[in-house]
Design a protein around this ligand. Structure first.
Ligand code: G3P
Ligand code: CA
Length: 286
């Protein structure tokens, strides 16, 4: 990890340059030197965990309908890379990303590369990459659709982490040393995660700050507050309260220099960004 500043967490991988939640986007984030990898997880119809943000398939694949109504085999036949046509502005970015100017053509005619750029990413495949990376990097796992399936997504996440040796059954949560951090916008999901995996630090995500938490205390043993940068813009004092309560501050999604300046001035401990290389570069220069 880099010096004393905030940790740089690659949001959905290096997702400004490459299609979000693809293996290629995470490999890129590791190559760029990110301190953490963020991913969203949901369940397929047949109970597999996949890294997909949206409830439905339309935005990030050539499929249609809810992810949860498709089997993993169905999802494997879809293209999760071709939608990413909003190309970065400079040719340098493209070269850095290893992308052809026409992304609809694979960069090289190689099945492995095509899979990395276009195939749906299972949570287990991401864990494999994470464990094999050999780098000191953290994984920030966000469970989606908390009310559906009665907590099955949290159970499956914890089971996968255990299978990959990423759960320490005895340790109490320590965000400085933990390899994995769990998160949700749903207090109910945070509670389930804390019950299932008490050794993992948890982020309570906020899209607005409920009155209950305005003084900086968090529910169910979460020790990290995760407001969006827009939330802090309207309530910057929340950062102080979080720290005064002994909690950490994780802010998403911070790509622009003005936002970077703003959240670092508030003492953010972790910053989630779609552009890890740019954020790392900015932090090194300041
Ligand atoms: O890292 C937290 C952030 O990802 C929460 O928002 O909608 O991008 O999952 P969302
Ligand atoms: Ca997320």
């Amino acid at each position: 990890m880099h010096s004393d500043g905030p940790l740089v967490v690659a949001h959905r991988g290096s997702s400004y340059l490459l299609a979000e939640h693809t293996l290629a986007a995470y490999e890129k984030a590791l190559a760029e030197g990110a301190d953490g990898l963020e991913c969203d997880v949901r369940l397929t119809r047949d109970g597999h965990l996949v890294c997909v943000h949206d409830r439905r398939l339309e935005r990030t694949s050539d499929g249609r309908g809810p992810v949860s109504e498709r089997s993993l085999e169905d999802l494997n036949s879809l293209d999760f890379g071709a939608w990413k046509v909003d190309l970065p502005e400079s040719a340098d970015d493209l070269v850095a990303a290893g992308r052809d100017l026409d992304y609809r053509r694979p960069v090289v005619d190689d099945d492995k590369v095509r899979d990395a750029q276009r195939r749906v990413l299972t949570f287990d495949r991401l864990l494999e990459l994470f464990v094999d990376s050999g780098r000191k990097v953290q994984l920030y796992v966000e469970t989606k659709h908390p009310t559906r399936w009665g907590g099955l997504v949290e159970q499956r996440v914890v089971a996968s982490l255990r299978r990959f040796g990423l759960l320490d059954e005895v340790r109490t949560p320590d965000v400085e040393t933990s390899r994995v951090v769990v998160m949700s916008f749903s207090p109910m999901a945070v509670r389930r995660l804390r019950e299932l995996a008490p050794s993992l630090p948890a982020v309570m995500l906020f899209d607005g700050i409920p009155r209950l938490y305005r003084e900086g205390t968090l529910p169910f043993g979460a020790t990290i507050a995760g407001p969006g940068v827009h939330v802090l813009r309207s309530r910057p004092r929340f950062a102080e309260r979080i720290h005064a309560a002994g909690n950490k501050l994780y802010v998403w999604t911070v790509d622009e220099p003005a936002d970077i300046e703003f959240v670092t001035s508030l003492g953010a401990d972790m910053i989630a960004t779609n552009r890890p290389a740019r954020l790392l570069d900015h932090l090194q220069r300041t």
